[in-house]
Write a protein that binds this ligand. Structure first.
Ligand code: SF4
Length: 384
């Protein structure tokens, strides 16, 4: 496929609701079931090995009206929680076998309980991810949690989920993650070789396709992007930080670039590309996934690692990507992102690194005010 075709197909795909994305996949895989993956991380290989398509559940953007979910929540919570619940209340998830949440924040915990109550026919799982990465029992604990998921999912689909099948899925997802790393690595060196919004759409589309269909497409894209002659342009080289769970409207990413910033790196959909190298695909796959989660994860605000402060991680991300500033883009009312913002900001001010914070929500219709803020920030750096 050509780069243009890949990007268009991905943009079309991320514009669909999760149920519509599943229907799209069923044109090629008629028997495949769907399983929702609420951010940030879940062992998608276990789901794929069960004969299901893991589908990233990033809310519904501006595609649905909230008719019922608002009455189940306080007003001051992130929009992904409300629109995700609305999807279940509207019966949009009826073709799914279930959904997996994990211990990222209180909102996700409450959301999983609400979904359990309102979608009694689905299998709703809540994974308790390890919080202490250095106990002698951490790996055993993480593996036991993944084993619990495998057992219950296997009971749900009525067939075994073997180690061999998970290893085969691991090979596929390793390939996808490696290609995404390749795309990100190239962009760090040649950030104007592909628009940030295109990278965003392409990576998000990977959460809505079978990995065996997605990998070849992504390889075609990487080949063409790498072969493209790059025209440099002026701009402030930034790291985009804080968008690890609820995803920003694609128009916001366009505005960030149009406002004079060049995105060198970001934490968009970080859970789907969490590992900094391949996961071992021979042997015990659940032990390998546990090991990868504990020791090979990149930093993110919802994964605590006492020996690796996230503020240091941000500085490394900046240095490795060649960025000169940070654009914080947390979802409105996202507690993990806003709490970390305090620590990130303190560190950046100590290091004299320019930064700007913009917040977003799903139903963000206009970006004019944000664009003005970004332009002012960029101009203050470019013409200093
Ligand atoms: S956006 Fe933030 S507060 Fe909302 S569910 Fe995600 S991590 Fe939790």
């Amino acid at each position: 496929m050509t780069r243009k075709e890949v990007v268009q197909q991905c943009r079309d795909l991320v514009d669909l609701l999760p149920g519509e994305a599943l229907a799209e996949a069923r044109k090629k895989h008629p028997d495949v079931g769907g399983f929702g993956v609420f951010p940030v991380y879940a062992p998608v290989e276990v789901i794929h090995a069960a004969g299901l398509m893991p589908v990233g559940l990033f809310g519904a953007g501006d595609k649905i009206e909230l008719s019922h979910a608002e009455s189940r929540f306080q007003s001051f919570i992130c929009s992904i929680a409300k629109s995700t619940l609305e999807l279940f209340l509207r019966d949009d998830m009826k073709d799914f076998e279930g959904v997996v949440f994990s211990s990222i924040c209180d909102v996700a915990r409450n959301l999983s309980s609400l979904v359990t109550r309102n979608a009694p026919d689905l299998y709703i799982e809540y994974l308790h991810m390890p919080q202490n990465m250095y106990s002698g029992e951490t790996l055993n604990y993480a593996r036991a949690e993944f084993e619990r998921f495998r057992t219950k999912l296997s009971q749900r689909v009525g067939r075994p989920i073997t180690d061999e099948a998970i290893c085969e899925s691991l090979v596929l997802y390793n390939e996808v993650r490696a290609l995404v790393r390749r795309l990100y690595s190239h962009r760090k060196l040649h950030p104007t070789s592909i628009a940030a919004a295109d990278v965003y759409a392409v990576v998000q589309a990977g959460t809505r396709m079978m990995p065996e269909d997605y990998a070849p497409m992504l390889r075609d894209l990487c080949d063409e992007v790498e072969a493209t002659e790059v025209k440099p342009r002026d701009g402030v080289r930034i790291v985009l930080e804080g968008a690890f769970c609820e995803q920003p409207p694609i128009g916001l990413i366009d505005v960030i670039e149009a406002g004079g910033c060049i995105v060198q790196d970001d934490d968009l959909m970080i859970g789907w590309r969490l590992f900094d190298h391949d996961v071992e695909s021979n042997g015990d796959p659940l032990a390998a996934l546990s090991q990868a989660y504990v020791s090979s994860s990149v930093y993110t605000s919802v994964r605590h690692d006492v020996d690796k402060p996230r503020a240091d991680g941000l500085v490394v991300r900046m240095k490795q990507s060649g960025a000169e500033a940070v654009l914080f883009a947390p979802a409105k009312f996202c507690e993990p992102a806003l709490l970390d913002y305090v620590l990130f900001r303190q560190k950046l001010e100590e290091d004299d690194v320019p930064h700007l914070k913009i917040e977003y929500e799903e139903k963000m219709w206009t970006f004019e005010a944000t664009r003005t803020e970004i332009e002012t920030f960029a101009e203050s750096m470019l013409f200093d």
